[in-house]
Design a protein around this ligand. Structure first.
Ligand code: HEC
Ligand SMILES: [Cu+2]
Length: 347
């Protein structure tokens, strides 16, 4: 082998090996963290072993024949091996064998498909909307078992109680998205005009990241999400916080920001409970900001909310997220400070 191709081959192998060894892989679908993901994993692993067996048999036979019947020096060019094109026995064998293997896999797969699509008993229900380019969540009120009495509306971060099933109803107003939190369940496409359902559940409290898995436009790659699973006490605190109404600031910088929220047009797109409830009819769907600062991330979970610079940069230029549907006019640095002071009160 030439030196150059040896080098290329080595680099490829090394790249593959190192990429497969990520120590921090929060979206590892081979590391299930809940019963639905585990159900998939329990099906996936045996199928992998079947595939490995088929691979070894087929590749093994190829390698064997290549070596055993290779052309040797001194072989006579006219000495063709016996041809068996059109052998009925062989044709039937290699049609029936794979069909049997696939049939066997189907026997185990079909019940799992039904199991994953069934509505789990006693589940928390959440409506999920795929938007350009963020996820909106509405927890329907009237779910006293979970303390959810009034509707809770939030975005990007889906909070759930650990150890309990959560039943999602997913829709999209315009383009196709796909909801995917790999450690909690497989992908669920969200097609406009259709109503999809999907379940997730986490064994343990923790943060599980995910993302939109269907190309949906310019910022598709920036449409991430987080599922935050709480223990019982944490869940109750979160619900209580989400069902409170933020207090309107009456003085200082925050009060200025409150005024600017209307003057700068923010209120035309964003809802804040108790303060700005009527968005403009022609506004693009925008995240509910009532409890903005209860979240860790914003704008499709690509920016940290604890980093003040990120949010300020966002207000300065929402197009830093390519294709973002947030449009604002000129804003001065003083106005950004005031707006930030107001937004910070929305906990
Ligand atoms: C034309 C409608 C529109 C206007 C006006 C608007 N926004 Fe937005 N805003 C959006 C949209 C759409 C998003 C979601 C962008 C994304 O994630 O792709 C967003 C996202 C945000 C977010 C992040 C929320 C989250 O949880 O992801 C904040 C904070 C925000 N806007 C604040 C403001 C402020 C403050 C103003 C006024 C200066 C404003 N917006 C004006 C449409 C608007
Ligand atoms: Cu999407």
């Amino acid at each position: 082998m030439a030196r150059r191709s040896k080098f290329v081959l080595l680099t490829l192998v090394l790249a593959l090996a190192t990429a497969g060894c990520a120590s921090n892989a929060p979206q590892d679908s081979l590391d299930p963290a809940g019963p639905f993901a585990e159900t998939i994993d329990n099906l996936f692993m045996p199928v992998v072993w079947v595939a490995v067996a088929v691979f070894i048999l087929v590749e093994g036979a190829i390698v064997y024949f290549v070596v055993r019947y290779r052309r040797r020096t001194g072989d006579d060019d006219d000495d063709m091996p016996v041809q068996f094109h059109g052998s009925t026995k062989l044709e039937i064998t290699w049609t029936i064998l794979p069909a049997l293997v696939l049939g066997l896999i189907a026997v185990f797969t079909i019940p799992v498909i039904f199991e994953l699509n069934a509505k789990p008993a006693g589940a928390l229900e959440v409506d999920v909307t795929g938007q350009k380019f963020w996820w909106g969540y509405t927890y329907r009120g009237g779910q006293p078992a979970f303390g959810v009495n009034e509707d809770i509306v939030t975005a990007n971060e889906l909070h759930i109680p650990a150890g309990q099933p959560v039943y999602l109803t997913l829709t999209s107003p315009d383009v196709i998205h796909s909801f995917w939190a790999p450690r909690l369940n497989g992908k669920q496409d969200v097609v406009p005009g259709r109503i999809h359902t999907w379940s997730i559940q986490a064994f343990e409290p923790g943060v599980y990241s995910g993302q939109c898995a269907e190309f949906c436009g310019t910022s598709h790659a920036n449409m991430r999400l987080k599922v935050v699973a709480h223990d019982q006490a944490g869940w109750e605190d979160w619900v209580e916080q989400m069902q409170s109404t933020p207090i309107e600031p009456i003085s200082g910088l925050a009060a200025e920001g409150f005024e600017l929220f209307t003057q700068k047009g923010c209120a035309g797109c964003h809802r804040v409970e108790g303060a700005f409830e009527a968005v403009a009819a022609d506004s693009p769907p925008a995240p509910d900001l009532t409890h903005l600062f209860s979240r860790d991330c914003f704008a499709g979970c690509i920016y940290d909310l604890d980093d003040r610079n990120e949010l300020e940069a966002w207000l300065r230029d929402p197009q830093r997220k390519a294709g973002s549907l947030m449009v604002v006019g000129e804003i001065t640095e003083e106005e950004i400070d005031a707006l930030y002071a107001y937004l910070e009160t929305l906990e």
